[in-house]
Design a protein around this ligand. Sequence first.
Ligand SMILES: [Zn+2]
Ligand SMILES: [Zn+2]
Length: 133
Amino acid sequence: MSPPPAGRPPDEIPVECADCRAALAAGGRESTAFLLADHLTLPIVGCDRHREELRAACAFATTETAELFEHRPAGGIRCPACRLAGTGSQPVVSVADGGVAVIACPTHRSELLDRYRAGLETRRQLAAPSAPF
Ligand SMILES: [Zn+2]
Ligand SMILES: [Zn+2]
């Protein structure tokens, strides 16, 4: 008996980045990094470029820094529900032209996504020409 393939290609959203698709399909440790954002420590799966893109956007919305680790950081994942979320297929978040899976319980995944979206918005506003006073 062979185990079911880990991380089947997502069918919710198109992922244009071939590296992300490969990472999601492989779903191995090599393509998993740990994103630290405030109190959250969540494994994310994607290519280097889009994991970094997710981190960079979150950094605009975190009170502390958002950091990316290749290995499980000291302290690990604090939420038991997140720890159990490692099995099964995970929704893939659209990050620029790539797709990154956030391996977490629904609560913490949405907390991270809130930061990501808020970070994108903040970055967009910073990039826009400042209005004259
Ligand atoms: Zn990618
Ligand atoms: Zn959790």
